[in-house]
Design a protein around this ligand. Sequence first.
Ligand code: PMP
Length: 428
Amino acid sequence: GPTPDEILAMRQAHVNPGIFHYYKKPLTIVEGKGQWLFDETGRRYLDGFGGIVTVSVGHCHPHVNAAANAQNALIQHTTTIYLNPNIALYARDLAAKMPGDLKVVYFVNSGSEANDLALLMARAYTGNYDVVALRNAYHGGSQSTMGLTSHHTWKYNVPGGFGVHHALMPDSYRGPFVGDPDAATKYADDIQNLIQFGTSGRIAAFFAESIQGVGGTIVFPDGYLKKAYAHARAAGGLCVADEVQAGFGRTGTHYWGFETQGVIPDIVTMAKGIGNGCPLAAVVTTPEIAKTLAARIHFNTYGGNPVCTAMGRAVLEVIDQEGLQANSLARGAQLKAGFAKLAEKHTLIGDIRGLGLMLGVELVKDRTTKEPATAECLAVFEKCRELGLLIGKGGLKGNTLRIKPPMCITEADADFLLAVLDEALAGV
Ligand code: PMP
Protein backbone atom coordinates (compact mmCIF):
# COMPACT_ATOMS: atom_id res chain seq x y z
CA GLY A 1 0.00 0.00 0.00
CA PRO A 2 0.95 3.66 -0.16
CA THR A 3 3.41 5.13 2.40
CA PRO A 4 2.17 7.69 4.95
CA ASP A 5 3.76 10.49 2.86
CA GLU A 6 1.95 9.27 -0.24
CA ILE A 7 -1.32 9.01 1.67
CA LEU A 8 -0.89 12.56 2.92
CA ALA A 9 -0.07 13.87 -0.57
CA MET A 10 -3.17 12.20 -2.06
CA ARG A 11 -5.28 13.49 0.78
CA GLN A 12 -3.99 17.01 0.34
CA ALA A 13 -4.69 16.87 -3.39
CA HIS A 14 -8.10 15.23 -3.34
CA VAL A 15 -9.72 15.25 0.08
CA ASN A 16 -11.44 18.47 1.07
CA PRO A 17 -9.14 20.57 3.28
CA GLY A 18 -12.05 21.19 5.67
CA ILE A 19 -11.36 17.67 6.87
CA PHE A 20 -8.51 18.12 9.33
CA HIS A 21 -6.19 15.58 10.88
CA TYR A 22 -4.69 15.31 14.34
CA TYR A 23 -0.97 15.83 15.09
CA LYS A 24 1.76 17.92 13.46
CA LYS A 25 3.09 14.76 11.86
CA PRO A 26 -0.12 12.91 10.99
CA LEU A 27 -0.56 9.41 12.31
CA THR A 28 -1.48 6.53 10.01
CA ILE A 29 -3.55 3.78 11.60
CA VAL A 30 -3.85 0.51 9.74
CA GLU A 31 -5.22 -1.86 12.33
CA GLY A 32 -7.18 -1.99 15.56
CA LYS A 33 -7.79 -4.64 18.15
CA GLY A 34 -9.79 -4.03 21.32
CA GLN A 35 -8.42 -0.86 22.93
CA TRP A 36 -5.24 -0.89 20.82
CA LEU A 37 -4.41 0.81 17.53
CA PHE A 38 -1.45 -0.03 15.27
CA ASP A 39 0.41 2.21 12.82
CA GLU A 40 2.03 1.07 9.57
CA THR A 41 5.23 0.06 11.39
CA GLY A 42 3.31 -2.17 13.80
CA ARG A 43 3.79 0.21 16.73
CA ARG A 44 0.83 0.05 19.08
CA TYR A 45 -0.99 2.88 20.84
CA LEU A 46 -3.56 2.80 23.60
CA ASP A 47 -6.74 4.26 22.13
CA GLY A 48 -7.95 6.84 24.63
CA PHE A 49 -10.43 8.42 22.24
CA GLY A 50 -12.19 5.55 20.46
CA GLY A 51 -12.36 7.24 17.05
CA ILE A 52 -14.10 10.18 18.75
CA VAL A 53 -16.16 8.26 21.31
CA THR A 54 -17.41 5.83 18.70
CA VAL A 55 -15.61 2.54 19.24
CA SER A 56 -17.60 1.66 22.31
CA VAL A 57 -16.83 -2.04 22.76
CA GLY A 58 -13.34 -2.23 21.20
CA HIS A 59 -11.90 -2.30 17.69
CA CYS A 60 -12.86 -5.24 15.49
CA HIS A 61 -14.73 -6.91 18.33
CA PRO A 62 -15.12 -10.60 17.37
CA HIS A 63 -18.85 -10.74 18.19
CA VAL A 64 -19.60 -7.55 16.25
CA ASN A 65 -17.40 -8.69 13.36
CA ALA A 66 -19.10 -12.07 13.29
CA ALA A 67 -22.52 -10.39 13.09
CA ALA A 68 -21.33 -8.11 10.28
CA ASN A 69 -19.62 -10.90 8.35
CA ALA A 70 -22.57 -13.25 8.60
CA GLN A 71 -24.91 -10.54 7.36
CA ASN A 72 -22.49 -9.42 4.62
CA ALA A 73 -22.58 -12.93 3.24
CA LEU A 74 -26.39 -13.01 3.25
CA ILE A 75 -27.71 -9.64 2.04
CA GLN A 76 -26.20 -6.19 2.46
CA HIS A 77 -28.84 -3.83 1.24
CA THR A 78 -32.53 -3.81 0.54
CA THR A 79 -33.85 -0.51 1.90
CA THR A 80 -36.94 -0.64 4.08
CA ILE A 81 -39.29 -1.29 1.14
CA TYR A 82 -38.89 -5.02 1.95
CA LEU A 83 -39.04 -6.67 5.31
CA ASN A 84 -35.83 -7.98 6.79
CA PRO A 85 -35.58 -9.40 10.30
CA ASN A 86 -32.63 -7.26 11.44
CA ILE A 87 -34.25 -3.85 11.62
CA ALA A 88 -37.21 -5.27 13.54
CA LEU A 89 -35.14 -7.33 15.97
CA TYR A 90 -32.77 -4.48 16.63
CA ALA A 91 -35.51 -1.85 17.05
CA ARG A 92 -37.16 -4.18 19.58
CA ASP A 93 -33.91 -4.68 21.51
CA LEU A 94 -32.95 -1.02 21.47
CA ALA A 95 -36.43 0.02 22.60
CA ALA A 96 -36.09 -2.42 25.50
CA LYS A 97 -33.17 -0.32 26.74
CA MET A 98 -35.26 2.85 26.84
CA PRO A 99 -37.32 4.13 29.78
CA GLY A 100 -40.94 5.27 29.73
CA ASP A 101 -42.80 5.40 26.47
CA LEU A 102 -39.69 5.76 24.28
CA LYS A 103 -40.39 2.70 22.19
CA VAL A 104 -40.29 3.67 18.52
CA VAL A 105 -37.03 3.84 16.59
CA TYR A 106 -36.09 5.53 13.32
CA PHE A 107 -32.66 4.46 12.05
CA VAL A 108 -30.41 6.89 10.19
CA ASN A 109 -26.68 7.02 9.50
CA SER A 110 -25.07 9.79 11.51
CA GLY A 111 -25.56 12.00 14.53
CA SER A 112 -26.24 15.01 12.34
CA GLU A 113 -29.00 13.15 10.51
CA ALA A 114 -30.48 12.02 13.81
CA ASN A 115 -30.66 15.58 15.13
CA ASP A 116 -32.01 16.86 11.80
CA LEU A 117 -34.81 14.33 12.06
CA ALA A 118 -35.48 15.13 15.71
CA LEU A 119 -35.82 18.78 14.73
CA LEU A 120 -38.29 17.89 11.98
CA MET A 121 -40.32 15.65 14.29
CA ALA A 122 -40.48 18.27 17.04
CA ARG A 123 -41.59 21.02 14.68
CA ALA A 124 -44.09 18.81 12.89
CA TYR A 125 -45.54 17.45 16.14
CA THR A 126 -45.82 20.72 18.04
CA GLY A 127 -46.55 23.02 15.11
CA ASN A 128 -44.05 25.40 16.68
CA TYR A 129 -40.87 26.70 15.15
CA ASP A 130 -38.48 28.18 17.69
CA VAL A 131 -35.92 25.91 19.29
CA VAL A 132 -33.69 26.34 22.32
CA ALA A 133 -30.25 24.75 22.48
CA LEU A 134 -27.27 25.45 24.70
CA ARG A 135 -24.16 27.48 24.08
CA ASN A 136 -21.07 25.36 23.55
CA ALA A 137 -23.24 22.52 22.22
CA TYR A 138 -22.34 20.26 19.32
CA HIS A 139 -25.27 18.63 17.53
CA GLY A 140 -23.91 18.22 14.02
CA GLY A 141 -22.50 19.80 10.91
CA SER A 142 -25.42 19.66 8.47
CA GLN A 143 -26.95 22.99 7.57
CA SER A 144 -29.71 22.79 10.16
CA THR A 145 -27.78 21.07 12.94
CA MET A 146 -24.94 23.55 12.51
CA GLY A 147 -27.54 25.99 13.76
CA LEU A 148 -28.05 23.91 16.89
CA THR A 149 -24.29 23.68 17.34
CA SER A 150 -22.87 26.62 19.24
CA HIS A 151 -19.13 26.44 18.93
CA HIS A 152 -17.09 28.88 16.82
CA THR A 153 -14.86 26.19 15.29
CA TRP A 154 -17.74 24.72 13.31
CA LYS A 155 -19.58 27.87 12.36
CA TYR A 156 -19.52 29.11 8.78
CA ASN A 157 -20.84 32.48 7.82
CA VAL A 158 -23.84 31.09 5.98
CA PRO A 159 -27.56 31.10 6.70
CA GLY A 160 -28.84 28.21 8.81
CA GLY A 161 -30.20 27.40 12.20
CA PHE A 162 -33.30 29.50 11.73
CA GLY A 163 -35.27 29.85 14.89
CA VAL A 164 -32.56 28.44 17.16
CA HIS A 165 -31.85 30.34 20.37
CA HIS A 166 -28.88 29.46 22.54
CA ALA A 167 -29.24 29.56 26.31
CA LEU A 168 -26.39 29.80 28.82
CA MET A 169 -24.29 26.66 29.06
CA PRO A 170 -24.47 25.34 32.61
CA ASP A 171 -20.72 25.44 33.18
CA SER A 172 -19.68 24.66 36.75
CA TYR A 173 -16.07 25.73 36.17
CA ARG A 174 -16.30 29.01 34.29
CA GLY A 175 -19.98 29.99 34.16
CA PRO A 176 -21.54 33.04 35.83
CA PHE A 177 -22.93 30.95 38.71
CA VAL A 178 -19.80 29.05 39.76
CA GLY A 179 -20.11 27.98 43.37
CA ASP A 180 -23.72 29.16 43.63
CA PRO A 181 -25.89 26.46 45.28
CA ASP A 182 -28.79 27.62 43.09
CA ALA A 183 -26.77 27.37 39.88
CA ALA A 184 -29.03 24.70 38.35
CA THR A 185 -32.10 26.89 38.81
CA LYS A 186 -30.40 30.04 37.59
CA TYR A 187 -29.02 28.43 34.43
CA ALA A 188 -32.41 26.88 33.70
CA ASP A 189 -34.14 30.22 34.26
CA ASP A 190 -32.13 31.55 31.35
CA ILE A 191 -34.15 29.22 29.12
CA GLN A 192 -37.37 30.68 30.43
CA ASN A 193 -36.03 34.20 29.79
CA LEU A 194 -35.02 33.28 26.26
CA ILE A 195 -38.46 31.87 25.53
CA GLN A 196 -40.19 34.88 27.07
CA PHE A 197 -38.11 37.56 25.36
CA GLY A 198 -37.00 35.91 22.15
CA THR A 199 -39.95 33.83 20.95
CA SER A 200 -43.72 33.91 20.65
CA GLY A 201 -43.75 32.03 23.90
CA ARG A 202 -44.19 28.66 22.19
CA ILE A 203 -41.26 26.49 21.19
CA ALA A 204 -40.84 23.25 19.25
CA ALA A 205 -37.97 21.79 21.20
CA PHE A 206 -35.20 22.06 23.71
CA PHE A 207 -32.03 20.26 22.63
CA ALA A 208 -29.23 19.32 25.01
CA GLU A 209 -26.43 16.81 25.15
CA SER A 210 -26.58 14.95 28.45
CA ILE A 211 -22.93 15.84 28.91
CA GLN A 212 -21.44 18.31 26.42
CA GLY A 213 -18.80 16.32 24.57
CA VAL A 214 -17.07 18.34 21.87
CA GLY A 215 -17.44 21.38 24.12
CA GLY A 216 -14.99 19.91 26.61
CA THR A 217 -16.88 17.36 28.74
CA ILE A 218 -19.22 19.77 30.50
CA VAL A 219 -21.30 18.04 33.20
CA PHE A 220 -24.37 20.03 34.20
CA PRO A 221 -25.17 20.83 37.84
CA ASP A 222 -27.49 18.27 39.45
CA GLY A 223 -31.11 19.01 38.73
CA TYR A 224 -30.39 21.29 35.78
CA LEU A 225 -32.07 19.23 33.06
CA LYS A 226 -35.16 18.66 35.22
CA LYS A 227 -35.68 22.38 35.53
CA ALA A 228 -34.72 23.04 31.90
CA TYR A 229 -37.24 20.40 30.71
CA ALA A 230 -39.97 21.96 32.85
CA HIS A 231 -39.46 25.37 31.24
CA ALA A 232 -39.33 23.87 27.73
CA ARG A 233 -42.48 21.81 28.28
CA ALA A 234 -44.33 24.77 29.78
CA ALA A 235 -43.73 26.51 26.43
CA GLY A 236 -45.08 23.53 24.48
CA GLY A 237 -41.64 22.19 23.52
CA LEU A 238 -40.43 18.63 23.25
CA CYS A 239 -37.25 17.75 25.12
CA VAL A 240 -34.57 16.18 22.97
CA ALA A 241 -31.62 14.40 24.56
CA ASP A 242 -28.56 14.08 22.35
CA GLU A 243 -26.98 10.84 23.54
CA VAL A 244 -24.52 10.65 20.67
CA GLN A 245 -21.57 10.62 23.07
CA ALA A 246 -22.96 9.95 26.56
CA GLY A 247 -25.15 6.94 25.81
CA PHE A 248 -24.69 3.17 25.89
CA GLY A 249 -23.34 2.83 29.40
CA ARG A 250 -20.42 5.21 29.04
CA THR A 251 -21.33 7.26 32.13
CA GLY A 252 -20.96 4.09 34.17
CA THR A 253 -23.83 4.75 36.57
CA HIS A 254 -26.53 4.67 33.90
CA TYR A 255 -27.13 3.30 30.43
CA TRP A 256 -28.22 6.73 29.16
CA GLY A 257 -26.67 10.06 30.00
CA PHE A 258 -30.04 11.72 30.61
CA GLU A 259 -30.70 9.25 33.43
CA THR A 260 -27.82 10.82 35.38
CA GLN A 261 -30.02 13.95 35.51
CA GLY A 262 -33.20 12.05 36.38
CA VAL A 263 -35.17 13.06 33.30
CA ILE A 264 -37.06 11.25 30.56
CA PRO A 265 -36.85 13.05 27.21
CA ASP A 266 -39.52 13.04 24.50
CA ILE A 267 -36.98 12.31 21.76
CA VAL A 268 -33.54 10.71 22.08
CA THR A 269 -30.90 10.91 19.38
CA MET A 270 -27.98 8.49 19.29
CA ALA A 271 -25.01 7.75 17.04
CA LYS A 272 -21.26 7.06 17.41
CA GLY A 273 -21.01 4.35 20.09
CA ILE A 274 -24.27 2.75 18.94
CA GLY A 275 -22.51 1.03 16.02
CA ASN A 276 -18.91 0.71 17.28
CA GLY A 277 -17.79 2.44 14.09
CA CYS A 278 -20.32 1.43 11.46
CA PRO A 279 -22.49 4.27 10.09
CA LEU A 280 -25.50 3.84 12.31
CA ALA A 281 -27.61 6.32 14.24
CA ALA A 282 -31.14 6.45 15.62
CA VAL A 283 -33.95 8.66 16.79
CA VAL A 284 -36.13 7.11 19.48
CA THR A 285 -39.41 8.61 20.54
CA THR A 286 -42.90 7.82 21.75
CA PRO A 287 -45.55 6.18 19.51
CA GLU A 288 -47.57 9.39 19.59
CA ILE A 289 -44.76 11.66 18.43
CA ALA A 290 -43.55 9.06 15.94
CA LYS A 291 -46.97 9.09 14.24
CA THR A 292 -46.28 12.62 12.99
CA LEU A 293 -43.94 11.30 10.30
CA ALA A 294 -46.66 9.02 8.92
CA ALA A 295 -48.44 12.08 7.48
CA ARG A 296 -45.92 11.95 4.64
CA ILE A 297 -43.13 9.56 3.71
CA HIS A 298 -39.79 10.22 5.32
CA PHE A 299 -37.26 8.02 3.61
CA ASN A 300 -33.66 7.17 4.34
CA THR A 301 -31.95 4.87 1.81
CA TYR A 302 -29.32 3.34 4.10
CA GLY A 303 -31.10 3.82 7.42
CA GLY A 304 -31.55 0.54 9.26
CA ASN A 305 -29.71 -1.48 6.63
CA PRO A 306 -29.22 -5.18 7.46
CA VAL A 307 -25.46 -5.02 8.10
CA CYS A 308 -25.48 -1.96 10.38
CA THR A 309 -28.48 -3.18 12.36
CA ALA A 310 -26.81 -6.57 12.82
CA MET A 311 -23.75 -4.80 14.17
CA GLY A 312 -25.78 -2.49 16.39
CA ARG A 313 -27.59 -5.44 17.90
CA ALA A 314 -24.29 -7.20 18.56
CA VAL A 315 -22.99 -4.06 20.29
CA LEU A 316 -25.94 -4.10 22.71
CA GLU A 317 -25.16 -7.74 23.49
CA VAL A 318 -21.46 -7.10 24.08
CA ILE A 319 -22.12 -4.17 26.43
CA ASP A 320 -24.30 -6.43 28.59
CA GLN A 321 -22.35 -9.69 28.28
CA GLU A 322 -19.00 -8.10 29.05
CA GLY A 323 -20.29 -5.78 31.77
CA LEU A 324 -18.92 -2.73 29.99
CA GLN A 325 -21.14 -0.25 31.82
CA ALA A 326 -19.74 -1.47 35.16
CA ASN A 327 -16.24 -1.35 33.67
CA SER A 328 -16.82 2.27 32.62
CA LEU A 329 -17.74 3.09 36.17
CA ALA A 330 -14.69 1.36 37.67
CA ARG A 331 -12.15 2.59 35.13
CA GLY A 332 -13.65 6.07 35.20
CA ALA A 333 -13.26 6.22 38.99
CA GLN A 334 -9.70 4.95 38.70
CA LEU A 335 -8.83 7.57 36.09
CA LYS A 336 -10.51 10.42 37.96
CA ALA A 337 -8.66 9.55 41.16
CA GLY A 338 -5.44 9.35 39.12
CA PHE A 339 -6.06 12.76 37.54
CA ALA A 340 -6.67 14.24 40.99
CA LYS A 341 -3.28 12.86 42.10
CA LEU A 342 -1.61 14.32 39.02
CA ALA A 343 -3.20 17.67 39.82
CA GLU A 344 -1.29 17.72 43.13
CA LYS A 345 1.97 18.09 41.25
CA HIS A 346 0.97 19.52 37.88
CA THR A 347 -0.52 22.98 38.38
CA LEU A 348 -1.51 23.04 34.70
CA ILE A 349 -4.53 20.92 35.61
CA GLY A 350 -7.34 23.35 36.31
CA ASP A 351 -10.40 21.13 36.28
CA ILE A 352 -11.24 17.43 36.13
CA ARG A 353 -14.67 16.58 34.79
CA GLY A 354 -16.84 13.81 33.55
CA LEU A 355 -18.70 10.63 34.39
CA GLY A 356 -17.50 7.09 33.77
CA LEU A 357 -15.35 6.95 30.67
CA MET A 358 -16.41 10.33 29.37
CA LEU A 359 -13.68 12.44 30.93
CA GLY A 360 -12.11 15.85 30.44
CA VAL A 361 -9.04 17.46 31.96
CA GLU A 362 -8.92 21.22 31.45
CA LEU A 363 -5.48 22.82 31.44
CA VAL A 364 -4.97 26.41 32.63
CA LYS A 365 -1.95 28.69 32.96
CA ASP A 366 -3.14 29.89 36.34
CA ARG A 367 -5.67 28.29 38.65
CA THR A 368 -6.95 31.63 39.89
CA THR A 369 -7.42 33.43 36.58
CA LYS A 370 -8.24 30.12 34.77
CA GLU A 371 -6.46 31.44 31.69
CA PRO A 372 -6.70 28.62 29.11
CA ALA A 373 -3.41 26.80 28.51
CA THR A 374 -4.09 26.13 24.84
CA ALA A 375 -0.49 25.78 23.60
CA GLU A 376 0.42 23.63 26.61
CA CYS A 377 -2.59 21.40 25.97
CA LEU A 378 -1.44 20.86 22.39
CA ALA A 379 2.07 20.01 23.63
CA VAL A 380 0.73 17.47 26.14
CA PHE A 381 -1.49 15.96 23.47
CA GLU A 382 1.48 15.60 21.05
CA LYS A 383 3.70 14.18 23.80
CA CYS A 384 1.10 11.54 24.70
CA ARG A 385 1.18 10.33 21.10
CA GLU A 386 4.99 10.04 21.25
CA LEU A 387 4.58 7.96 24.39
CA GLY A 388 2.00 5.64 22.85
CA LEU A 389 -1.30 7.14 23.99
CA LEU A 390 -3.93 8.69 21.72
CA ILE A 391 -6.46 11.04 23.30
CA GLY A 392 -8.68 13.89 22.16
CA LYS A 393 -8.56 17.61 22.59
CA GLY A 394 -11.32 20.16 22.63
CA GLY A 395 -13.32 22.65 24.63
CA LEU A 396 -14.04 26.23 23.72
CA LYS A 397 -10.34 27.23 23.71
CA GLY A 398 -8.88 23.85 22.75
CA ASN A 399 -7.41 23.49 26.22
CA THR A 400 -9.25 20.41 27.44
CA LEU A 401 -7.86 16.92 27.06
CA ARG A 402 -10.71 14.54 26.20
CA ILE A 403 -10.38 10.97 27.38
CA LYS A 404 -13.08 8.62 26.11
CA PRO A 405 -11.59 5.23 25.35
CA PRO A 406 -13.42 2.08 24.29
CA MET A 407 -15.29 0.85 27.38
CA CYS A 408 -13.21 -2.34 27.48
CA ILE A 409 -10.00 -0.75 28.79
CA THR A 410 -8.42 -2.61 31.69
CA GLU A 411 -7.05 -1.47 35.03
CA ALA A 412 -3.51 -1.79 33.63
CA ASP A 413 -4.46 0.31 30.60
CA ALA A 414 -5.78 3.06 32.87
CA ASP A 415 -2.54 2.96 34.88
CA PHE A 416 -0.58 3.26 31.64
CA LEU A 417 -2.74 6.22 30.55
CA LEU A 418 -2.05 7.98 33.86
CA ALA A 419 1.70 7.29 33.69
CA VAL A 420 1.88 8.71 30.16
CA LEU A 421 -0.12 11.79 31.12
CA ASP A 422 2.18 12.30 34.12
CA GLU A 423 5.27 12.21 31.92
CA ALA A 424 3.68 14.40 29.23
CA LEU A 425 2.63 17.04 31.78
CA ALA A 426 6.09 16.98 33.36
CA GLY A 427 7.65 17.68 29.98
CA VAL A 428 5.57 20.80 29.28
N1 PMP B 1 -24.13 15.13 18.54
C1 PMP B 1 -23.03 15.04 19.29
C2 PMP B 1 -23.16 15.16 20.77
C3 PMP B 1 -21.78 14.81 18.70
O1 PMP B 1 -20.69 14.72 19.47
C4 PMP B 1 -21.70 14.67 17.30
C5 PMP B 1 -20.37 14.40 16.60
N2 PMP B 1 -19.25 14.91 17.21
C6 PMP B 1 -22.87 14.78 16.56
C7 PMP B 1 -24.07 14.99 17.20
C8 PMP B 1 -22.85 14.65 15.07
O2 PMP B 1 -22.59 13.34 14.70
P1 PMP B 1 -22.07 12.98 13.23
O3 PMP B 1 -20.65 13.47 13.13
O4 PMP B 1 -22.20 11.49 13.18
O5 PMP B 1 -22.96 13.66 12.26
